[in-house]
Design a protein around this ligand. Sequence first.
Ligand SMILES: Cc1cc2nc3c(=O)[nH]c(=O)nc-3n(C[C@H](O)[C@H](O)[C@H](O)COP(=O)(O)OP(=O)(O)OC[C@H]3O[C@@H](n4cnc5c(N)ncnc54)[C@H](O)[C@@H]3O)c2cc1C
Length: 290
Amino acid sequence: MALAQPGARVLQMGAGFIGCIIMEALAARGVQLSVVEMGDRMVPRMMGPTAGGMIRDWCESKGVAVFTGTKVEAIEPGTPLKVRLSNGQTVEADLVISATGVRPAIGFLEGSSITCLQGVLTDASMQTNVPGIYAAGDCAEAFDKVSGKTIVSAIQPNAAEQARVAALNMAGQSASLKGVTQINVLDTLGMISTSFGNWEGVHGGDHAELTDKAAGRHLSLQFDGDVLVGCNSVGWTDHVGVMRGLVEGRVKLGAWKQHLQRDPTQLMQAYLASAQAQGGWTGADDARRR
Ligand SMILES: Cc1cc2nc3c(=O)[nH]c(=O)nc-3n(C[C@H](O)[C@H](O)[C@H](O)COP(=O)(O)OP(=O)(O)OC[C@H]3O[C@@H](n4cnc5c(N)ncnc54)[C@H](O)[C@@H]3O)c2cc1C
């Protein structure tokens, strides 16, 4: 008998990107779903408090029991399983799913001379500190121009681009990584949210926000000077390519920054006026098509 049959009690640990995708499938099967997230909101590594709160409200309106700021402390065997939470509650479940994140499996490098932080540290050519040894993909920690930090960004476009750069250098050509793409477009039970670049903002940077909870729409823009360095959106499917183009292209917005601070919805107009005038990002055609 399938454990995730209609009516089954399912508890999912983790409400990150992958967890939200799994929830979609579980909800479609008609299970009684509880989600436990240790962060103070849903999708805490991608979404700010307003966006995370809206996603939580949306999930609860669909019948999902959401526990944030809560850890699973123990799972007692039996039928049903008894899941002990850090808030003192015990939830009964027929099935427990762990969606608590990915971590590079780099333990085998312990004791080697290859420098590892969260992942295997590389330079812009994807070479480690040991000449001739390269890393790429989910195991690599590469420099991200947008945030100014090295990060592990475990998404497919980064893996493919890092592999291309590593391969060219290994074959004796010269190539360097332009940056690490930080793009996430998420569908949580039908609510679309996005996060790009430095969505938490930068020290001393400006911030513009528009939130209409009743309409399920939220847009948060983060600036460094007159450059859009990151954004979060909920319920906003127009011009997603423009958000990416402005962030990755580090487009200087000039006077358009003030326009966006007054009305963040003017992203397409800002893009057309600023990016194209400056030669723009190479994904301009993508952005125009959206
Ligand atoms: C459920 C899920 C959903 C995802 N959805 C998206 C998405 O919507 N969009 C997106 O962009 N990305 C998504 N990703 C991330 C994406 O799959 C990864 O970023 C991408 O696969 C990374 O490629 P990779 O080659 O670095 O690693 P992998 O694809 O994981 O390949 C690594 C391979 O190396 C093998 N391996 C590991 N250790 C060793 C070893 N010591 N020796 C030999 N072989 C080894 C593994 O078995 C594996 O086959 C998702 C990931 C998951 C898990």
